[in-house]
Design a protein. Sequence first.
Length: 556
Amino acid sequence: MYGQKISNQKHWFLVALVGLIVVIIGAYLLTTRLMDSAQSYRSPLANKPPVPGQSLGEPITHRVVILLIDALRLDTSTNSTVMPTLDLLRSQGASATMHSQPPSFSAPAWTTILTGAWPDINDSQPFNPPDEYSARPFTQDDIFAAAQRAGLNTAVSGYLWFEKMLSNSGVDAGFYTPGEENSADIEVINAAIPWLVEEYQLVLIHLDQVDFAGHEQGGPQDPDWNAAASRVDVMIKEVVSHLDLAQDTVLVISDHGQIDRGGHGGPEAITLIEPFVLAGAGVVPGNFSDVNMVDIAPTLAVLLGTSIPASNQGHPLLDMLYASPEQVSALHEAIDLQQSHLFSSYTSAIGSTSSIGSGELVSATQSALVQARLIRMAKERIWRNVFAAFLAILPAYIIYLRKDRKILWVLAGALTNILLFNLRYSVIDGRTYSLASVEGATWLITYTATTAAITGILGWLIPMFTLNALHGSPRKSVETVLAYIWLTIYLLSLPILLSFAINGFTVTWTLPEFYSMYIGLLSLIQSMIIAFIGLVLAGIMTLITWFNHRRTLRIQ
């Protein structure tokens, strides 16, 4: 009977140790699959874009120049001592606070600006191209393609991603740079100035040095940030000096903000509000209520008389424009048809449906699209929620049934481990629980692994000393190590299971909820490291306690 008990103990130790190997392999595979699937996300409309409609007809302005200031925060844009030219344009034209949606990276934002579709639909790379030359060409209709169909001349000067992204959109002239600092912006401006005196009706100028200052020069709280914004303001002045605002229109916007420590990409509020300043021909001056980033493309279409981009989800900002009754009538007819085509294309692509309610057409259509998306998500979440709840509750119930008071010290160690990890992450290092704090995939894995290893060992010391496991038998020592490791993995599994219930283990037909996905990703990496530490500690403690036990026998 005693021999059978020893055999059972060895059996369960072996199962626990093999289980840790499974956790390491499983966490690694899930982490890489999640990151790869997020990077390679494709819109349901990627291969089934809606068909564009007819041009609106008579334009309101002769030319539109878009000044896209990368990462310019709203608060910086309204600082008249930093950006006096922009402040003057704001007083002369129409201004508003603009709102975007996550992920707050440049590629999805640029695509949203030019297509009028949110990242879930516009088929952008959600987390920017993996390298300088891997930008994804637009699959959805955009304002440059609409301008080409209307016979307008177009030009782009900016970062090199634009060349590939707009490769199918009919850009007539372009200058593209891999640089992001002031010298690159000077080249961008110099390339664009000649187009402002030639017959180009749509010109996009992208300036990148503010974003560079945020990433490389200390973030928005550093003086270099305001210095970069001031240099950009001088460039805005130069561009406007080459325009005749009696017949030309200039739009100054940003693609996203940055958190105080520098960085963006997550759902933080500061990264999802941007300046919007529209001045010149056809513009009603004033400070207007908030707008959405998707409102830009249809508004540009009205100004230029092109068709509405076919995947557009925004409102033309008619309150800001001097549009004739004929232009308004043509717009209403075009937007009705465009929204109808978008609704049927999207609901067909995701295999779901809903009904468009009463009220303003664009708002009603977009609410119906959201409802169709939620209906499909709800069906997929039913089994995931049940499975996740079962896996979350079962271990806690088993622990409760054992009523072993020693487990409280093990739990204290596991909680200390997680508390210390988050203390370093969010308090000491001031990082947010989102992609805004990520400096790259390698950094994320290295930082998380290093921190988890340190806090994991510190947490392990609590049960080892309080339960006197260092001086007990090898079995007791390893048993305590495994209990601590598995209880820590269980606690880390809770945010993983929550993310699974909400988003699934990989990104498929819709973008995830970004906070839960990111915390789940962090927990996956921590689990992998904690499981590895468990294997190492179990081996070390076996040797230490065996050695101590042998030395005690010799003394006796």
